[in-house]
Design a protein around this ligand. Structure first.
Ligand code: HEM
Length: 356
């Protein structure tokens, strides 16, 4: 609460335009380096061009749809297990893991697998990334952060420790990518679908530049999409007739029988089928209007908008095509928690039951 109030006060304090960039850079650059969120001017323009170009290229679009589908299926199987035992599950954390696994696979081509927890190093990176983000945002309300950084104590010591874990993980992956790229004799044999492999081909080989770009895109794409999905499921539980309409639309757009299994639903989710789901699109947009995932939104335009809609629509279509969701405590009202994005305080506990 105090953090919410202070962050409100801070955003209301006028900072002269010329100092804004310098002020944010000071706070964000330890974690995000010279990535798109921390910089202005030429550097920002360059990163914006590179990132939007990559996110809209056909190869990356096709690859990302496959990744979204694979992870939506994994999510559906986890939900299926809980549904079989009639067990409540905390779905916000599951969405956070699913969106992290997806963005890391699309950026780096590796399986982080935080959903099943099979990659120990990946799980350590995911935890370090969350802590480092939180400690970085905390700087906006902690006027003593520079002294703490100098003395390496408290939140700043925690930040430094976690940035070290992040850097080790990311730089190691970049090194492996560069070595694989150089040693590949038959270029055609290696399918270069992930963003870093593609950038290496276009001669963007500076590890620091790639590290900053990766961390900014993970920051941009993970919690935002996951918290939107969580609020959406919350809204559908509060308005069951809308949940039914969305499920009905999924069946119609995919021409599926009521008895279709999870794999059949996922396989039928083509670009054309998703395009037909206008009601789902509108319901997601209304959720974003009511619960904006980026509550303190600056003046820039989101370059991942289509990417985020494709991912949320695909996950929702798989889940709502196969399951009915109910809040574990039906009367419970969700409250928000402002982090870098708008989370549900305490998570969202739901029960799922298979659709007949
Ligand atoms: C529901 C999901 C999302 C929401 C609500 C959202 C919202 C926003 C907002 C409000 C901004 C402007 C921030 C500012 O002016 O300071 C922004 C910027 C940005 N978003 Fe998103 N975003 C989402 C998903 C994504 C995804 C999935 C990606 C990429 C994978 C992405 C990449 C970016 C980038 C790179 C910027 C910075 C653009 C710039 O500096 O010019 N976003 N987003």
């Amino acid at each position: 609460m105090l953090v919410n109030y202070l962050s409100y006060l801070i955003t209301e304090v006028p900072i002269p335009d010329l100092l804004q960039g310098w002020y944010h850079y000071g706070i964000l650059s330890d974690l995000l380096g010279d990535g798109i969120f921390a910089v202005d001017g030429e550097k920002w323009l360059h990163q914006k061009k590179v990132s939007s170009n990559e996110l809209t290229t056909k190869i990356v679009k096709d690859f990302s749809s496959t990744v979204f589908k694979t992870n939506a299926l994994k999510l559906a199987r986890i939900i299926s297990e809980a549904a079989t035992c009639n067990k409540a599950m905390e779905i916000q954390e599951l969405f956070m893991k699913a969106t992290l696994d997806s963005i890391v696979k699309i950026l780096l081509g590796i399986e982080l697998d935080t959903m099943d927890g099979t990659n120990e190093e990946g799980t350590r990176f995911a935890h370090a990334f969350d802590v480092a983000n939180e400690m970085t945002i905390y700087r906006y309300v902690d006027f003593s952060w520079k002294i703490k950084r100098f003395l390496n104590i408290g939140s700043e010591a925690l930040l430094r420790k976690n940035i070290k874990v992040i850097d080790q993980f990311v730089y190691n992956l970049i090194k492996i990518k560069i070595e694989t790229d150089n040693s590949s004799e038959d270029e055609l044999a290696l399918k270069k679908e992930d963003i870093i492999s593609r950038l290496l081909e276009s001669q963007e080989t500076d590890p620091k530049y790639l590290r900053d770009l990766i961390l900014c895109l993970i920051s941009a794409g993970k919690d935002t999409t996951a918290s939107t999905l969580t609020w959406f499921i919350y809204m559908l539980c509060k308005h069951p007739h809308i949940q039914e309409k969305v499920a009905q639309e999924v069946r119609e757009a995919t021409n599926l029988e009521d008895s279709s299994c999870i794999d059949e639903v996922a396989a039928s989710l083509t670009e054309e089928a998703l395009e037909k789901m206008q009601y789902l699109h509108a319901a997601l947009s209304e959720t974003l209007r009511l619960y904006p995932a980026v509550p303190l939104a600056g003046p820039r335009i989101c370059i991942g908008k289509d990417f985020a809609y494709r991912q949320t629509k695909l996950i929702c279509a798989v889940l709502l095509g196969c399951y009915k969701f109910k809040l574990s405590e039906e009367k419970k009202v969700a409250h928000y928690l402002t982090k870098i994005s708008l989370h549900i305080d305490g998570g969202l506990y739901v029960h799922a039951s298979p659709r007949p």
